[in-house]
Write a protein that binds this ligand. Structure first.
Ligand SMILES: [Zn+2]
Length: 154
């Protein structure tokens, strides 16, 4: 008999302990909060749940970093596309294509790797076109065939 009562009491204590850990009160209005709730159901106040040590903060930080660097993948794609047009004028083509290369390499380390890779490839194409155009322009200028150079020089 005594043993059974003791076990019941211990089980009750364990249950109460679990309940205490689950139940939180809103720091704003004091209403009881559902465990895991991010917001108070009573007043709508955002509630910072005490995170499991070493779990939640680690999950937050890479996400934030990837979000920040993801901009580099987007920038690389934008610069890569722009370099396909900017190569026509080497003065614009070089900075745009090189910017696309740098952001593309940085962006490939993020979750937007595919986007950064496309930006990187487009930037390389833009850079090749820019170099080719600059080389042709320089050659034509040097040999007196460049229409723009001819207009200015002669
Ligand atoms: Zn509240």
């Amino acid at each position: 008999m005594m043993k059974v009562a003791k076990n019941v009491a211990r089980a009750d204590a364990r249950k109460q302990e679990r309940k205490d850990r689950k139940m939180m009160n809103c720091p704003n209005c004091g209403a009881a909060l559902e465990s895991g709730a991010g917001f108070c159901a009573s007043c709508g106040n955002a509630v910072a749940q005490t995170p499991v040590p070493g779990n939640a903060p680690q999950m937050m930080q890479p996400g934030e970093n990837a979000g920040g660097k993801k901009g580099q993948a987007i920038a690389s794609l934008a610069l890569g596309i722009a370099s396909l047009f900017a190569w026509i004028i080497p003065l614009f083509g070089f900075p745009v294509a090189i910017g696309g290369l740098i952001t593309g390499i940085a962006g490939r380390k993020t979750s937007a790797k595919a986007m950064a890779t496309i930006g990187l490839v487009l930037s390389i194409l833009g850079l090749i076109a820019t170099i080719a155009n600059a080389a042709i322009g320089a050659y034509m200028g040097a040999t007196g065939q460049h229409p723009v150079v001819n207009t200015i020089m002669y």
